[in-house]
Design a protein around this ligand. Structure first.
Ligand SMILES: Cc1ncc(COP(=O)(O)O)c(C=O)c1O
Length: 420
């Protein structure tokens, strides 16, 4: 008789990512235009910069270390270059200390997983922004960890009094001991496109501290460099004094601003013990991120290639955002009660439909969009709890401007048939 594996609790909890279901819908319909995936644009990927970096590396035949295993924490020179770049964005950041606390990962996604793996057990609680990065939320589910939303006001800003009330309730119910971390995407968020302002960041820290919730905080800055007109003004938790007493992990990546296929991300951790445990666990995962990919990024950063790439991609994404926004606005969505803000960076428009319209994965509206040849991410996936069903995430990362305009028209035509 054939034997079958008996899975661990983790293995038993594993589910296919919801986005995979969406993507399989797309495969069944070749004329479908996808506004779903958060991919970057193939047309602006930095082929010449990568080619030049590899040519430079291969130009010294006796020096082949870049084709050898690297170190678990990441290439020292790359870490120094990343720390230097971060320090240029944040006054008060010491380059050497930052370099020593910085570790290179297989995308910032791996750093997110490592952080949760060493902090959380099943049944623990993580506070997340509202809305939040849905792949992170699915990761929490996979780990058996409960996500709870940080309360927000009508404008989507952190609502400090409501947070104080939530923390007080958690205290009364004896839940604070299970609160292991706070997570938020602070710049041009996926999915909302919003950036947290200085007052919100300070109020968040002050409120957590005032309620005995000085727990590890994870600031996900994946889109920080992808601004259109101006960099986002608020500094990160690494330099804001209000966060001094918190163990902090700042996450960023070169996938969005440079090349997603290289999957080079990084974290900066202010707590030596937390950092060491994540590195030990990374040793179990892979004992080091792909050294060639790191070496390419190192060459690129040293030659100012990231800024050269951003000089191309920032205006390109700004134009693409406007093409999608204009298609939706000129098709009359605002008059039908739909609301969104033009993005100032990142890859997403976050649309709020009239509350009576269900846009969920199994909704008639979602199916009608697929029939009409356009795919989106249902907003309901992006909430830690208490998910509304009338939000939608649209990504303008992948399609060209004319396709975005066509996708916007298709989307608006479905909105028209739903009579909202
Ligand atoms: C908010 C956010 N964080 C982290 C990631 C992970 O990115 P990567 O692993 O490519 O660095 C993504 C990817 O889409 C994201 O949107």
């Amino acid at each position: 008789m054939k034997s079958v594996p008996i899975f661990s609790a983790l293995g038993r909890r594993a589910r296919p990512p919801t986005i995979a279901r969406l993507m399989s819908l797309a495969l069944d319909n070749p004329r479908l235009l996808s506004l779903a995936a958060g991919f970057t644009d193939n047309r602006t990927l930095p082929v010449a910069a990568v080619q030049s970096a590899v040519t430079t590396l291969a130009g010294h035949p006796r020096d082949t270390e870049w084709l050898q295993y690297g170190t678990n924490q990441g290439r020292p020179r790359l870490r120094e270059l990343l720390a230097t770049r971060l320090a240029a964005q944040e006054s008060g950041l010491d380059v050497r200390a930052t370099r020593d606390r910085l570790f290179v990962t297989n995308g910032s996604q791996q750093a997110l997983y490592l952080s949760m793996q060493v902090l959380c057990d099943p049944g623990d609680i993580v506070l997340v922004d509202r809305p939040s990065y849905f792949v992170f939320l699915e990761m929490l589910t996979g780990l058996g960890v409960e996500a709870r939303s940080l309360p927000v006001d009508a404008a989507g800003k952190i609502d400090a009094p409501a947070l104080a009330a939530l923390l007080a309730r958690m205290q009364t119910r004896g839940e604070l001991a299970r609160l292991k971390a706070v997570y938020f995407v602070s710049y041009f968020s996926n999915p909302s496109g919003r950036s947290l302002d200085l007052a919100e960041k300070n109020a968040l820290a002050t409120t957590l501290a005032a309620h005995g919730a000085i727990v590890p905080v994870i600031e996900d800055a994946a889109y920080r460099e992808l601004w259109f007109a101006a960099p986002p003004p608020a500094p990160s938790v690494l330099t804001l004094p209000a966060w001094d007493r918190f163990p902090r992990l700042y996450l960023s990546t070169l996938t969005k601003p440079f090349a997603s296929g290289l999957k080079i991300g990084y974290g900066v951790c202010t707590d030596a013990d937390w950092l060491a445990r994540m590195l030990h666990t990374k040793g179990h995962h892979d004992f080091g991120t792909a050294n060639l990919n790191q070496a390419v990024c190192e060459q690129v950063l040293a030659a100012d290639g990231l800024d050269a790439q951003l000089a191309v991609s920032r205006p390109a994404y700004a134009r693409k955002m406007r093409a999608l926004h204009t298609a939706l606005a000129s098709a009359g969505l605002p008059a039908r009660g739909w609301r969104w803000r033009e993005a100032e960076g990142g890859l997403y428009l976050w649309l709020e439909a009239p509350v009576s319209l269900n846009t969920g994965l199994d909704s008639a509206f979602c199916h009608a969009c697929v029939e009409a040849g356009v795919l989106y991410v249902p907003g309901e996936l992006c909430f830690g709890d208490d998910a509304p069903t009338n939000f939608i995430r649209l990504s303008y990362g992948v399609l060209a401007e004319p396709e975005l305009a066509e996708a916007g028209r298709r989307f608006a035509s479905v909105v028209g048939t739903f009579g909202s």
